[in-house]
Design a protein around this ligand. Structure first.
Ligand code: SAH
Length: 247
């Protein structure tokens, strides 16, 4: 090989040896900064409030919450608060996601229904823990976008459909657990019918734009066992649940 060509070749190899490690360092710092943010979030906002469920904590350490919020909220993605998403809806506060997931008492073989896909974040957390997640969203654009994001992230066990979750998802029922992530003034009867015996239903029960009770119900042979877990503030469940005299 011609000497100057040889030198040029060596120069580019030398440049590559310097630049590649710098580039990889920058990109790993970026992903690490979110990893650290997640670790901080799990420690400060979840563990410190008494949630120690291993599977829930592992899921929340893993799911990239910053991808479920709009670009304007990326830096706030791991903060201790709910955040606005499109269509005037919200992605729940991480603690509330952890709490709902914990009180649903999930195991890895479970099939779970979520009503209110929104950003898809809660569905992703569920998808890390259980075998199959079915999630229904009443706003078409949100259903489409969250479904695309979940596909892109490789969640093959999460199925999203556009529709009113009041009637549940008959073809996929019965479910081991059901999470409703929008506030309703009553418990949707069709969902109780799609819950397995000993299954759990977790939902914010109460009026619009007012503090609601986060309740956990267990379906037993002797009826429903109910407990109030926390006081919360969710966006309203819309659609059929608003019929029959409830406001
Ligand atoms: N779980 C979501 C939070 C969603 S906010 C997340 O992790 O981001 C509540 C969502 O419930 C909104 O997107 C709203 O459009 C949806 N919703 C309200 N009523 C509904 C209904 N009847 N059926 C299905 N989705 C509903």
């Amino acid at each position: 090989m011609d000497r100057s060509l040889h030198n040029l070749f060596r120069f580019f190899i030398f440049l590559g040896l310097i630049i590649l490690p710098i580039l990889s360092c920058i990109s790993s710092t970026n992903s690490d900064s979110y990893k650290e943010s997640r670790a901080r979030m799990v420690k400060n906002d979840i563990e410190n409030r008494g949630i120690h469920d291993h599977a829930v904590k592992e899921a929340m350490l893993k799911v990239p919450r910053h991808l479920f919020v709009g670009p304007e909220n990326i830096e706030a993605a791991y903060s201790d608060s709910a955040l606005p998403i499109k269509e005037n809806q919200t992605i729940s506060q991480p603690y509330v996601v952890a709490l709902m997931t914990t009180v649903a008492e999930l195991s890895s073989t479970d099939k779970v229904l979520e009503v209110g896909t929104g950003s898809g974040y809660q569905a992703a957390v569920l998808g890390e823990i259980v075998r199959e997640v079915y999630s229904i969203e009443i706003i078409e654009s949100l259903a489409r976008e969250s479904s695309e994001l979940l596909n892109k992230l490789g969640y093959k066990n999460i199925h999203v459909k556009h529709g009113d979750g009041y009637q549940g998802w008959k073809e996929a029922a019965p479910f081991d657990a059901i999470l409703i992530t929008a506030a309703a003034p009553k418990i949707p009867e069709p969902l109780l019918n799609q819950l397995k015996m000993e299954g759990r239903l977790v939902m914010p029960l109460g009026k619009n734009h007012a503090p609601q009770e986060l309740i956990a119900l267990t379906k037993t042979e002797n009826g429903l066992k109910k407990r109030v877990v926390e006081i919360v503030a969710f966006v309203p469940m819309t659609g059929e649940v608003r019929n029959s005299g409830f406001k």
